[in-house]
Design a protein around this ligand. Structure first.
Ligand code: HMG
Ligand code: MG
Length: 302
């Protein structure tokens, strides 16, 4: 089996990891977390979102956080943007990369951003135009690619439709989100093969939540299918406020352990991520869910 030699990790902990946390965290804590992540060798760290503070209160201080993080050369700090109001805020903050997010499920689209999939794509048109004019790169998410909390099974054709629309609008990369973590390896492979007919593999990323413990197996399948970009969150924190019961993203520590064990390069230092993961889990007041993070915390050496 041929695997990609180099894998890019998109660290989503400061956004996806924290957006669902009820305990208010100060901007200083978020800044410290991102600065620790910046020292790990990561090339992409999602720094927050410019969404409605009524919908997602935990991200309300993204402007303050973004202004104060230490921006390291060669590291991108994308933020989520749902509409032109969010785009105006992102531009005012001076961001260089954003992510727009649409869904493969109509019901999830309504619950998450209060509009249909088609309406969300319309909303992104002025956002894309503003981004292009300002030289801002745009990543595109598709949610519920392997299941929806409201509709259950999602047809791969619906995923392909939304992914194609985002790619056609100018997103440089499409991240396929298993928002509730119900995906399994055979279904993941079939979906990735369908998507690959319309979107180059080098422009496709995977984003697994680990609710059912399937994420690493699914990531292995993605690597076998020739993908080389993986989203994950330090400490395995996270969830989506509009996908009740879904647990966190696959933990960056666990992903790194697997990739490095396979001899693949990421440029990321596992111990640095583990340190950042321990810090943020303690701040949130939750035990570490990352298995590899736990081993490092307990300093177990075999
Ligand atoms: P709405 O209520 O339909 O919007 O929400 P509206 O245009 O009617 O505005 C209502 C109020 O929100 C107004 O304020 C607007 O000014 C304000 P008011 O007059 O009531 O004081 N507003 C904003 N404020 C700040 N920033 C903005 C903004 N837009 C409007 N950008 C809206 C529509 C999209 C805004 C809302 O539904 C929203 O913010 N949703 C975000 C939900 C979200 O962040 N979900 C989590 C991220 S997605 C995810 O986790 C999945 C992913 O990880 C991949 C995966 O796992 O699958 C990416
Ligand atoms: Mg997510």
């Amino acid at each position: 089996m041929k695997y990609p030699a180099d894998v890019r990790i998109v660290e989503v902990g400061p956004r996806d990891g924290l957006q669902n946390e009820k305990k208010p965290l100060s901007a200083e804590v978020k800044i410290a977390f991102i600065d620790m992540l910046s020292d790990s060798g990561l090339r992409s760290i999602e720094a927050g979102s410019f969404v409605s503070p009524k919908w997602v209160p935990q991200m309300a201080d993204t402007d303050k956080v973004y202004a104060s993080i230490r921006k390291k050369d060669g590291v991108s700090y994308p933020v989520l943007v749902p509409n032109d109001k969010g785009m105006a805020a992102a531009l005012a903050a001076g961001v260089k990369e954003i992510a727009v997010f649409a869904a493969a499920s109509e019901s999830f689209s309504q619950k998450n951003i209060n509009c249909s999939i088609a309406e969300s794509l319309e909303r992104f048109k002025p956002v894309m135009a503003a981004a292009s004019a300002a030289g801002v790169r745009v990543r595109g998410y598709v949610s519920c690619v392997l299941g929806c909390p409201y509709e259950g099974e999602i047809a791969p054709a619906a995923v392909v439709r939304t992914a194609k629309a985002l790619y056609g609008m100018g997103c440089y990369e499409i991240s396929l989100g298993d928002t509730i973590g119900t995906g399994t390896p055979v279904k993941t492979r079939a979906l990735l093969q369908d998507v690959a007919r319309d979107i180059p593999r080098e422009s496709t990323a995977v984003h697994f939540h680990d609710t059912y413990g399937q994420a690493l197996a699914n990531i292995l399948v993605a690597l076998e299918e020739g993908l080389s970009v993986v989203d994950s969150a330090a400490a395995g924190l996270g969830g989506c406020p509009y996908a009740k019961g879904a647990t966190g993203n696959v933990s960056t520590e666990d992903v790194l352990y697997m990739l490095h064990g396979m001899g693949l390069k990421t440029g990321v230092t596992l111990e640095k991520i583990a340190e950042a993961g321990r810090f943020i889990a303690a701040e949130v007041g939750k035990p570490l869910v990352s298995k590899v993070g736990q081993v490092i915390e307990n300093s177990i050496k075999w």
